[in-house]
Design a protein around this ligand. Structure first.
Ligand code: NAD
Ligand code: TDX
Length: 338
């Protein structure tokens, strides 16, 4: 079958970490595509993330994906939507789950209804966390057949949104695909997340903070590799299918932290142990064979140490991007003993 060649796409959540990296990727790699970003600019959205993009390549709309009237008007004039917008941080979902249910579940429902009405191609961005976790000594990795078993308010709302997408494909024939990706790292990630929190702690003279026993494993992928995979699925994926995205990047948290400490000239024990996350998933691991075999996708950023160095360099070079929110972010963690 010929590739799908969208000319106009809507990117929800395009002012956030992964969404903005995707918008830059599309603008840099797909010269015939115009992007409309729909983003509410919550605490996690930042218009600076989209600076440098030529005016004729992108339109920015500040708005809520739960606003059915706005979504309907935008969907009347697009070929496809790539849906990144979400409340995305597990720790926040434990402290206050309400916005997660609203944005992740009700927001996805609102978008699906508009996609159904206007016949818009829908790609849904999700996470490997919908599958729950694996034991450290389990040889298995997640595949597209792994049963859903989410642990946190965040991951259960993402799982809910995936199920809505599957039902809207099967019942209404919405031209939908889903991708479940592992942990992303790279520039412009909010400093509440693990890697940028530790980098900006060190740059601020604060000791890094490690949860629990530090042995939890995450499967790291550079955000640019996530972007190229999403484009492959949007243009070449089979309707109704789920594709897992991962780059064989399993590492435990203490190893990642020690790599950051070393790169930034600190000693291996220059960090604090803090209270564990309730319900903390032990290990995530992705088998991305289907995506690689069927769509020919390959990650380009396979050198984690180099990716980490570039990420550290980005936070060093852009203190104005994060310094204004550092104190409040750390105060929130301190209030929870983390
Ligand atoms: P992020 O928190 O950095 O960005 C989320 C963006 O969505 C922000 O710009 C925010 O303003 C916007 N947004 C939030 N609620 C909205 C609403 N109601 N209406 C419109 N816009 C709204 O998140 P991220 O880390 O870039 O994650 C993006 C997507 O990727 C999410 O769907 C997340 O579940 C998924 N994902 C993330 C990772 C990861 O490692 N960060 C891994 C796999 C999947
Ligand atoms: O200060 C910290 N110390 C610490 O040890 C923080 C913030 C985290 N951690 C641990 C918890 C996790 O085991 O580091 C690991 C990574 O934590 P997060 O960056 O919060 O990511 P995670 O909970 O794994 O979820 C991320 O990946 C999957 C994204 O935030 C999700 O949006 C995505 O779906």
């Amino acid at each position: 079958m010929a590739d799908f060649e969208p000319r106009r796409i809507i990117v929800t959540g395009g002012a956030g970490f992964i969404g903005s990296n995707f918008v830059h990727w599309v603008v840099d790699n797909q010269p015939n595509v115009h992007v409309t970003v729909l983003d509410k600019l919550t605490y996690a959205g930042n218009l600076d993330n989209l600076s440098g993009i030529p005016e004729d390549r992108m339109t920015f709309v500040k708005g809520d994906i739960c606003d059915a009237e706005l979504v309907d008007a935008l969907f009347a004039d697009t070929d496809a939507v790539v849906h990144f917008a979400a409340e995305s941080h597990n720790d926040n979902s434990i402290a206050d789950p309400e916005p997660f249910v609203r944005t992740n579940v009700e927001g996805t429902f609102t978008l699906l209804e508009a996609a159904r009405k206007h016949g818009v191609r829908f790609h849904h961005i999700s996470t490997d966390e919908v599958y729950g976790d694996l034991a450290l000594d389990d040889p298995a990795r997640f595949t597209e057949e792994t049963p859903y078993h989410p642990s946190s308010p965040y991951s259960s709302t993402k799982a809910s949104s995936d199920l809505l997408v599957r039902a809207w494909f099967r019942t209404y024939g919405v031209a939908a695909t889903i991708s479940n990706c592992s942990n992303n790292y790279g520039p412009r990630q909010h400093i509440e997340k693990f890697i940028p929190r530790q980098i900006t702690n060190i740059l601020s003279g604060i000791r890094p903070k490690l949860y629990g026993d530090g042995l939890n494993v995450r499967d790291w992928i550079h955000t640019e590799d996530h972007s190229s995979a999403v484009w492959a699925i949007l243009t070449k994926g089979r309707m109704g299918e789920t594709y897992l995205i991962g780059a064989d990047g399993e590492r435990n948290n203490i190893d990642v932290l020690r790599a950051i400490l070393e790169e930034m000239g600190q000693g291996p024990d220059d960090f604090d142990w803090v209270r564990d996350r309730p319900g903390h998933d032990r290990r995530y691991a992705i088998d991305s064979t289907k995506l690689r075999r069927e769509l020919g996708w390959m990650p380009a950023h396979t050198d984690f140490a180099e990716g980490l160095r570039q990420t550290i360099a980005w936070y060093r070079a852009n203190p104005q991007w994060w310094q204004g929110v550092k104190e409040a972010t750390e105060a929130k963690y301190a209030a929870h003993g983390q």
